[in-house]
Design a protein around this ligand. Sequence first.
Ligand SMILES: Nc1ncnc2c1ncn2[C@@H]1O[C@H](COP(=O)(O)OP(=O)(O)OP(=O)(O)O)[C@@H](O)[C@H]1O
Ligand code: SF4
Ligand SMILES: [Mg+2]
Length: 373
Amino acid sequence: MSEQVGARSGAQSGVQGGARADAAGARATPAVSPVLEVRQVVKTYSVGRSLIPKRRPVLTAVDGISLSLAAGETLGVVGESGCGKSTLAKLALGLETPTSGTVELMGRSLASASRTWRSSAIQLVMQDPYSSLNPRMTVYDIVAEAFVAHPLLAARSERRALVVEMLGLVGLGPHQLEKFPHQLSGGQRQRVGIARALAPKPSIMVCDEPVSALDVSVQAQVINLLVSLQSSLGLSYVFISHDLSIVRHVSDRIAVIYLGRIVEEGPSETVYTQPAHPYTEALLASVATAEFDADGSPAKKPPRIRGELPDPLNPPSGCPFRSRCYKAQDICESEAPDLLPLVSQGHRARCHFPEVDHHQINRTPTTSRMEQQ
Ligand SMILES: Nc1ncnc2c1ncn2[C@@H]1O[C@H](COP(=O)(O)OP(=O)(O)OP(=O)(O)O)[C@@H](O)[C@H]1O
Ligand code: SF4
Ligand SMILES: [Mg+2]
């Protein structure tokens, strides 16, 4: 076995960050060193049609994001379409090169890591199980693809057994090996996508909207599968979604992104029940809330978001959220707020007027969409 395989096996053999505290949902802050560390990463794209490249407008998809992921932890990344979630995922996977900033996997710079090592460290579960699987490949070929691309990961003689093992992990039997994607249901296809990601035995999985293309009836099954794989294999997840109720259900911590920047970050339950940033409050407005507080008074509902995401080529001055913010004041136009710590531990927000003396939004009696299934 290669040095690369050895590097991943420790994490896969059961390093648990201790992040998921109990089944009831109380989550503790992980206390182990990060498996993924993103530091001040910026990603810009030249877009538009000018013949002179330097005159092309520059779109900043990711604007100075820093985050870390501990072993066994799930970091939820949430935000509207176009806010930079997938670009961040691609940067973490090494599929895009940062314009500036650094990405480290298990203490090792992504820039200097080989593709085989990277493949055994971090894998992607994609959004759409219909388009992400090659219709001309069988289930066996799809799951074994990583071994063909990176022969050092598994000897030829081991591959079939490994593919069967991966299918078993996602609840599919060996009788599915010779099937083509069109012969599978949406849920089965996504299971194949997960088995393909598991094949190189990664320590980290980036799940980019892994259930949003699925029928609601199978979303919970796939989420539950991901959660159980995490605890049995000691995986760490970056879980991306535009749906805060799903992210809250699976995550230890949540980072809320707006126009390429983290605007709020903190323990999952804190962000969910005590959002400090008006954008997070607005995202929460789309999640079902209780009609009444525990004392019988009408539950305080967060304000709904107004307007569309601004043109990322021409974002507002100062705070980029100000054009949609119900709290905006003069300073919000002239000064961009920093991401600053709040009262509760590990909770940060990028707002001149964060909600600190917080009303605890009463969401506990209601069940999230995932829990209802
Ligand atoms: N290769 C590229 N060239 C130019 N612009 C890009 C490129 N990739 C992404 N972008 C732009 O970067 C911004 C962030 O895109 P990204 O795909 O990361 O958003 P997202 O949050 O994943 O959205 P969605 O929820 O719709 O998947 C968007 O404005 C997008 O148009
Ligand atoms: S800084 Fe101002 S505009 Fe931005 S989110 Fe806070 S209150 Fe709203
Ligand atoms: Mg995306």
